[in-house]
Design a protein around this ligand. Structure first.
Ligand code: NAD
Length: 260
Protein backbone atom coordinates (compact mmCIF):
# COMPACT_ATOMS: atom_id res chain seq x y z
CA UNK A 1 0.00 0.00 0.00
CA UNK A 2 2.85 2.42 0.78
CA UNK A 3 5.38 0.76 -1.51
CA UNK A 4 7.97 3.24 -2.75
CA UNK A 5 6.98 5.92 -0.23
CA UNK A 6 9.29 7.29 2.43
CA UNK A 7 8.07 8.28 5.89
CA UNK A 8 9.74 10.18 8.70
CA UNK A 9 8.17 9.39 12.07
CA UNK A 10 9.50 11.68 14.80
CA UNK A 11 9.69 10.26 18.31
CA UNK A 12 9.57 6.69 17.05
CA UNK A 13 12.03 4.96 19.36
CA UNK A 14 9.12 4.30 21.70
CA UNK A 15 5.35 4.19 22.13
CA UNK A 16 2.93 5.47 19.48
CA UNK A 17 5.68 6.58 17.06
CA UNK A 18 7.26 3.13 17.04
CA UNK A 19 3.83 1.61 16.38
CA UNK A 20 3.27 3.96 13.44
CA UNK A 21 6.76 3.21 12.09
CA UNK A 22 5.99 -0.52 12.24
CA UNK A 23 2.61 -0.09 10.52
CA UNK A 24 4.21 1.93 7.71
CA UNK A 25 7.11 -0.50 7.31
CA UNK A 26 4.64 -3.42 7.10
CA UNK A 27 2.88 -1.49 4.31
CA UNK A 28 6.11 -1.27 2.35
CA UNK A 29 7.33 2.25 3.15
CA UNK A 30 10.93 3.22 3.83
CA UNK A 31 10.97 4.58 7.37
CA UNK A 32 13.16 7.05 9.23
CA UNK A 33 13.09 6.33 12.95
CA UNK A 34 13.85 9.21 15.28
CA UNK A 35 13.96 9.77 19.01
CA UNK A 36 16.10 9.35 22.08
CA UNK A 37 17.32 6.27 23.85
CA UNK A 38 20.33 4.07 24.40
CA UNK A 39 22.30 3.62 21.14
CA UNK A 40 22.50 -0.18 21.20
CA UNK A 41 18.81 -0.47 22.08
CA UNK A 42 17.87 1.88 19.19
CA UNK A 43 20.00 -0.11 16.76
CA UNK A 44 18.35 -3.31 17.98
CA UNK A 45 14.90 -1.75 17.45
CA UNK A 46 15.91 -0.56 13.96
CA UNK A 47 17.43 -3.84 12.79
CA UNK A 48 14.63 -6.00 14.22
CA UNK A 49 12.00 -3.79 12.59
CA UNK A 50 13.82 -4.00 9.23
CA UNK A 51 14.11 -7.78 9.60
CA UNK A 52 10.43 -8.25 10.59
CA UNK A 53 9.04 -6.07 7.82
CA UNK A 54 11.62 -6.30 5.02
CA UNK A 55 11.48 -2.49 4.85
CA UNK A 56 14.43 -0.12 4.68
CA UNK A 57 14.75 1.58 8.06
CA UNK A 58 17.29 4.24 9.02
CA UNK A 59 17.66 6.20 12.24
CA UNK A 60 18.03 9.95 12.74
CA UNK A 61 19.14 11.17 16.18
CA UNK A 62 17.71 14.67 15.54
CA UNK A 63 16.57 16.55 18.63
CA UNK A 64 13.13 17.94 17.78
CA UNK A 65 13.71 20.98 19.98
CA UNK A 66 16.43 22.14 17.53
CA UNK A 67 15.38 23.46 14.10
CA UNK A 68 18.86 22.78 12.65
CA UNK A 69 18.65 19.15 13.69
CA UNK A 70 15.24 18.87 12.04
CA UNK A 71 16.78 20.26 8.86
CA UNK A 72 19.56 17.63 9.09
CA UNK A 73 16.98 14.86 9.55
CA UNK A 74 15.11 15.93 6.41
CA UNK A 75 18.37 16.17 4.44
CA UNK A 76 19.49 12.73 5.67
CA UNK A 77 16.16 11.32 4.50
CA UNK A 78 16.29 12.86 1.04
CA UNK A 79 19.96 11.85 0.67
CA UNK A 80 19.09 8.25 1.62
CA UNK A 81 15.71 7.74 -0.02
CA UNK A 82 15.32 10.69 -2.41
CA UNK A 83 12.17 12.16 -0.84
CA UNK A 84 9.97 12.65 2.19
CA UNK A 85 6.48 11.55 1.17
CA UNK A 86 4.94 11.15 4.62
CA UNK A 87 5.81 13.38 7.57
CA UNK A 88 4.54 12.16 10.92
CA UNK A 89 5.02 14.76 13.63
CA UNK A 90 4.73 12.61 16.72
CA UNK A 91 7.58 13.43 19.14
CA UNK A 92 6.23 14.73 22.40
CA UNK A 93 6.94 15.17 26.09
CA UNK A 94 4.77 15.95 29.09
CA UNK A 95 5.16 17.78 32.40
CA UNK A 96 2.52 17.90 35.10
CA UNK A 97 2.41 20.81 37.57
CA UNK A 98 0.12 23.69 38.57
CA UNK A 99 0.68 26.87 36.52
CA UNK A 100 2.25 28.78 39.43
CA UNK A 101 4.85 26.04 39.84
CA UNK A 102 5.28 25.17 36.15
CA UNK A 103 9.03 25.54 35.32
CA UNK A 104 9.64 28.02 32.48
CA UNK A 105 12.15 25.67 30.87
CA UNK A 106 9.55 22.87 30.78
CA UNK A 107 7.08 25.22 29.08
CA UNK A 108 9.73 26.13 26.48
CA UNK A 109 10.74 22.50 25.88
CA UNK A 110 7.15 21.32 25.46
CA UNK A 111 6.37 24.15 23.03
CA UNK A 112 9.53 23.38 21.03
CA UNK A 113 9.12 19.59 20.88
CA UNK A 114 5.32 19.20 20.80
CA UNK A 115 4.45 22.19 18.58
CA UNK A 116 7.31 24.09 16.92
CA UNK A 117 9.00 20.92 15.61
CA UNK A 118 5.86 20.14 13.59
CA UNK A 119 6.00 23.62 12.03
CA UNK A 120 9.72 23.30 11.14
CA UNK A 121 9.35 19.80 9.71
CA UNK A 122 6.24 20.70 7.70
CA UNK A 123 7.95 23.79 6.31
CA UNK A 124 10.94 21.71 5.20
CA UNK A 125 9.03 18.84 3.56
CA UNK A 126 6.24 20.71 1.76
CA UNK A 127 8.38 21.97 -1.17
CA UNK A 128 9.39 18.40 -2.11
CA UNK A 129 5.81 17.15 -1.73
CA UNK A 130 4.55 19.93 -4.02
CA UNK A 131 7.30 19.16 -6.54
CA UNK A 132 6.45 15.45 -6.66
CA UNK A 133 2.69 16.06 -6.46
CA UNK A 134 1.98 13.82 -3.45
CA UNK A 135 2.30 14.16 0.28
CA UNK A 136 0.91 13.37 3.69
CA UNK A 137 1.41 15.35 6.89
CA UNK A 138 0.12 13.50 9.93
CA UNK A 139 0.30 15.28 13.26
CA UNK A 140 -0.13 13.24 16.41
CA UNK A 141 -2.05 15.68 18.59
CA UNK A 142 -4.16 14.45 21.52
CA UNK A 143 -7.58 14.58 23.12
CA UNK A 144 -5.82 17.46 24.90
CA UNK A 145 -5.93 19.33 21.59
CA UNK A 146 -9.70 19.55 22.08
CA UNK A 147 -10.24 19.63 25.85
CA UNK A 148 -8.09 20.56 28.85
CA UNK A 149 -7.01 18.93 32.09
CA UNK A 150 -5.57 20.83 35.04
CA UNK A 151 -1.78 20.83 35.60
CA UNK A 152 -0.95 20.37 31.91
CA UNK A 153 -0.77 24.00 30.77
CA UNK A 154 2.07 23.61 28.28
CA UNK A 155 0.93 20.28 26.84
CA UNK A 156 -2.68 21.38 26.36
CA UNK A 157 -1.60 24.71 24.83
CA UNK A 158 0.88 23.02 22.48
CA UNK A 159 -1.60 20.36 21.37
CA UNK A 160 -4.31 22.97 20.69
CA UNK A 161 -1.65 24.73 18.60
CA UNK A 162 -0.91 21.55 16.65
CA UNK A 163 -4.54 21.45 15.59
CA UNK A 164 -4.35 25.02 14.30
CA UNK A 165 -1.15 24.24 12.39
CA UNK A 166 -2.80 21.15 10.89
CA UNK A 167 -5.75 23.18 9.59
CA UNK A 168 -3.53 25.85 8.05
CA UNK A 169 -1.34 23.18 6.40
CA UNK A 170 -4.46 21.55 4.97
CA UNK A 171 -5.79 24.82 3.55
CA UNK A 172 -2.47 25.84 2.01
CA UNK A 173 -2.13 22.47 0.23
CA UNK A 174 -5.82 21.82 -0.49
CA UNK A 175 -5.58 22.07 -4.26
CA UNK A 176 -2.70 19.62 -4.47
CA UNK A 177 -2.58 15.86 -3.75
CA UNK A 178 -1.26 16.62 -0.27
CA UNK A 179 -3.24 16.18 2.94
CA UNK A 180 -2.65 17.28 6.52
CA UNK A 181 -4.53 15.74 9.41
CA UNK A 182 -4.31 15.37 13.16
CA UNK A 183 -4.86 12.22 15.17
CA UNK A 184 -6.19 12.89 18.66
CA UNK A 185 -5.60 9.85 20.88
CA UNK A 186 -6.95 9.45 24.37
CA UNK A 187 -4.75 7.76 26.98
CA UNK A 188 -2.39 5.12 25.59
CA UNK A 189 -0.27 3.30 28.19
CA UNK A 190 3.15 4.34 26.85
CA UNK A 191 6.16 5.61 28.85
CA UNK A 192 4.82 9.19 28.41
CA UNK A 193 1.68 8.29 30.37
CA UNK A 194 3.35 5.93 32.86
CA UNK A 195 5.92 8.61 33.78
CA UNK A 196 3.27 11.24 34.58
CA UNK A 197 1.39 9.06 37.07
CA UNK A 198 3.61 9.91 40.11
CA UNK A 199 3.50 13.69 39.43
CA UNK A 200 -0.25 13.62 38.85
CA UNK A 201 -0.65 11.78 42.15
CA UNK A 202 1.42 14.49 43.85
CA UNK A 203 -0.39 17.41 42.17
CA UNK A 204 -3.82 16.00 43.07
CA UNK A 205 -2.89 14.53 46.48
CA UNK A 206 -4.07 11.01 45.59
CA UNK A 207 -2.44 7.59 45.14
CA UNK A 208 -1.01 6.33 41.85
CA UNK A 209 -3.74 3.66 41.65
CA UNK A 210 -6.34 6.42 42.00
CA UNK A 211 -4.65 8.35 39.16
CA UNK A 212 -5.11 5.40 36.80
CA UNK A 213 -8.72 4.71 37.82
CA UNK A 214 -10.09 8.15 38.76
CA UNK A 215 -8.10 10.45 36.44
CA UNK A 216 -6.84 8.59 33.36
CA UNK A 217 -9.50 5.97 32.74
CA UNK A 218 -12.24 8.17 34.22
CA UNK A 219 -11.73 10.47 31.22
CA UNK A 220 -12.55 7.67 28.79
CA UNK A 221 -16.13 6.34 28.82
CA UNK A 222 -14.85 2.96 27.56
CA UNK A 223 -12.76 2.73 30.78
CA UNK A 224 -9.97 1.24 28.70
CA UNK A 225 -6.68 2.52 27.43
CA UNK A 226 -6.41 3.14 23.68
CA UNK A 227 -3.75 0.87 22.15
CA UNK A 228 -0.71 1.85 20.09
CA UNK A 229 -1.89 -0.41 17.27
CA UNK A 230 -5.26 1.37 17.09
CA UNK A 231 -3.55 4.74 16.65
CA UNK A 232 -1.06 3.31 14.14
CA UNK A 233 -3.89 1.89 12.04
CA UNK A 234 -5.45 5.35 11.67
CA UNK A 235 -2.08 6.80 10.65
CA UNK A 236 -1.65 4.11 8.02
CA UNK A 237 -5.13 4.79 6.68
CA UNK A 238 -4.44 8.54 6.48
CA UNK A 239 -1.22 7.82 4.57
CA UNK A 240 -3.02 5.80 1.91
CA UNK A 241 -4.83 6.88 -1.23
CA UNK A 242 -8.27 6.03 0.23
CA UNK A 243 -7.79 9.02 2.55
CA UNK A 244 -7.08 11.49 -0.28
CA UNK A 245 -10.19 13.56 0.51
CA UNK A 246 -9.57 13.71 4.24
CA UNK A 247 -7.65 16.89 4.98
CA UNK A 248 -7.74 19.39 7.83
CA UNK A 249 -9.49 16.73 9.89
CA UNK A 250 -9.12 15.74 13.52
CA UNK A 251 -9.50 12.03 14.05
CA UNK A 252 -10.31 11.23 17.66
CA UNK A 253 -9.21 7.80 18.93
CA UNK A 254 -10.13 8.44 22.53
CA UNK A 255 -12.66 5.91 23.80
CA UNK A 256 -15.36 8.57 23.78
CA UNK A 257 -13.44 11.07 25.96
CA UNK A 258 -14.28 14.15 23.90
CA UNK A 259 -17.93 13.11 23.49
CA UNK A 260 -18.48 14.44 27.03
P1 NAD B 1 6.69 8.05 24.45
O1 NAD B 1 7.31 8.74 25.61
O2 NAD B 1 6.52 6.58 24.47
O3 NAD B 1 7.47 8.43 23.11
C1 NAD B 1 7.90 9.73 22.86
C2 NAD B 1 8.96 9.68 21.79
O4 NAD B 1 9.41 11.01 21.54
C3 NAD B 1 10.19 8.86 22.17
O5 NAD B 1 10.67 8.17 21.05
C4 NAD B 1 11.18 9.93 22.60
O6 NAD B 1 12.54 9.54 22.49
C5 NAD B 1 10.83 11.01 21.60
N1 NAD B 1 11.31 12.33 21.97
C6 NAD B 1 11.16 12.99 23.14
N2 NAD B 1 11.80 14.18 23.07
C7 NAD B 1 12.34 14.26 21.82
C8 NAD B 1 13.13 15.23 21.15
N3 NAD B 1 13.49 16.38 21.75
N4 NAD B 1 13.53 14.96 19.90
C9 NAD B 1 13.21 13.79 19.28
N5 NAD B 1 12.46 12.84 19.87
C10 NAD B 1 12.04 13.08 21.13
O7 NAD B 1 5.30 8.79 24.25
P2 NAD B 1 3.99 8.45 23.40
O8 NAD B 1 2.89 8.30 24.36
O9 NAD B 1 4.24 7.41 22.41
O10 NAD B 1 3.77 9.86 22.69
C11 NAD B 1 3.89 10.07 21.30
C12 NAD B 1 2.99 11.22 20.90
O11 NAD B 1 1.64 10.87 21.17
C13 NAD B 1 3.27 12.51 21.68
O12 NAD B 1 3.16 13.62 20.82
C14 NAD B 1 2.14 12.53 22.69
O13 NAD B 1 1.83 13.82 23.10
C15 NAD B 1 1.03 11.92 21.88
N6 NAD B 1 -0.07 11.38 22.67
C16 NAD B 1 0.16 10.39 23.58
C17 NAD B 1 -0.90 9.93 24.32
C18 NAD B 1 -0.75 8.84 25.34
O14 NAD B 1 -1.68 8.61 26.11
N7 NAD B 1 0.36 8.15 25.39
C19 NAD B 1 -2.19 10.46 24.15
C20 NAD B 1 -2.36 11.46 23.21
C21 NAD B 1 -1.29 11.92 22.47
Amino acid sequence: MLQGKTAIVTGSTSGIGLGIAEAFARSGANVVLNGFGEATQIEKTRSELAHRTNAKIVYSPADMSKPRAIDQMVRQTTDTFGAVDIMVNNAGIQHVAPIEEFPDEKWDAIMAINLSSAFHATKLVLPGMRERGWGRVINVASAHALVASPYKAAYVAAKHGVLGLTKVTALETAEEPITANAICPGYVLTPLVKNQIPDTAKARGITEEQVVKDVLLAAQPTKQFVTVDQVAAIARFLAGDDAASITGALLSVDGGWTAH
